[in-house]
Design a protein around this ligand. Sequence first.
Ligand SMILES: *Cc1c(COP(=O)(O)O)cnc(C)c1O
Length: 460
Amino acid sequence: MIDTERKDKTFVWHPFTQMQDWAARPQKVIAAAKGIKLIDTEGKEFYDGVSSLWVNIHGHQHSKIDQAIIEQLGKVAHTTMLGLSNIPAVELAEQLVAVTPCGLNKVFYSDDGSTAVEVALKMAFQYWQHKGKMKKQKFISLQQAYHGDTVGTVSVGGIDLFHRVFKPLLFSTVQIPSPSCYHCQIHSEPAICGLQCAAALEAVLAEHHEEIAAMVIEPMVQAAAGMLMSPSGYLAKIREITRKYDVLLIADEVATGFGRTGKMFACEHEGVEPDIMTLSKGITGGYMPLAATLTTDEIYQAFLGGYSEKKTFYHGHSYTGNPLACAAALANLAIFKEERVIEGLAPKIEAAAAKLKEMEALTHVGSVRQCGLIIGIELMQDKYCKIPYPWEAASGASVCCKAREYGLIIRPIGDVIICMPPLASTVEEIETMLEIIKRSIREITETSMATTALVQPTDL
Ligand SMILES: *Cc1c(COP(=O)(O)O)cnc(C)c1O
């Protein structure tokens, strides 16, 4: 065992990881990365098949982002946004307002997806207090939702495995059915379900809108739920209903933002203008922790007043608006423009769709789901009777383990194999990654699965 791995197992506690299992097995340590390849301490190269957990966009060591950070480092690494400002944070705010949907004109910075959503929730709550609608205190969230791991964001989450243990700490929300519920995904009737789910929202709001501050949603894709796709029209319908009943719409684009779904933001697919939008993961191209919560003039102005009115938004983090991270984010946006990244996505998305068609025919692939370069491949023991693998079989983790042998790093969500290649991947690279996944699925599900599991299950 190399020294770093030994020290890791001695000193580090990894996120979403059963450390007993981690410590018992050989683990990979990444020493470097270039383009869409990760390089481990033994010099072996792997495709970064989940974009370093959904954050990387233009590849690693992109010269423009590297350069932007180095240049900013020559000026200042960090100063506070409390009572001061800094150049990259201001420039970035202007550009974020320009690229996001109409109406989002103010940028509040924080450091990661969870804090961006936490800010959104508190902002929406306080907004109604200032408007004199004191009863508007509750949030509507979706089953299967994931908005982060802080206590506030877990409260609006709907993934039982992650959230159950913390139940006593959480505030109560009104949870409505996911439009992309499991039932409809596997029965391919999403359109009907989408309408039913929108109707469920309308029923709740018709009766309770006076107590509802906002609805929070992952537009188009419930990512951490296992890449569940919303039926088309659902998002627009939700916007229409929330507006009708004077309920704010918070679009959590932490996972879907910055080109992931084929458009710059998922809301664009249905021309939706939310009241609040949260951004993080891809915002710096996958380089640095940074997040932004964008909102409207209407909400911003409700917080204005004299000190005695106590309308200030009392929230902020030490590293808010960090200049190095904002410089990276500016370079990220510049690359989108200069390299026409969004325009170049269509052939990549089509190539992935073609490969997924092949994959759908496999005996143990129950469902394939895609939105842009967000891909989920669900394994099933019996795809015709919709019987999942037993939990102990760890089929998802076994396939991902096998894929490493063929030079691809991916991480499953239960039995859903996730593929989230960096947007910079070429058509050929995307095809190669999916071919590795296909081969790994076949080898695991059509041979060794029958006997024993290779690895322990993982949660996320
Ligand atoms: C990942 C994610 C978050 C949480 O972001 P962190 O940076 O991990 O805190 C929030 N919302 C969505 C939709 C996400 O996918």
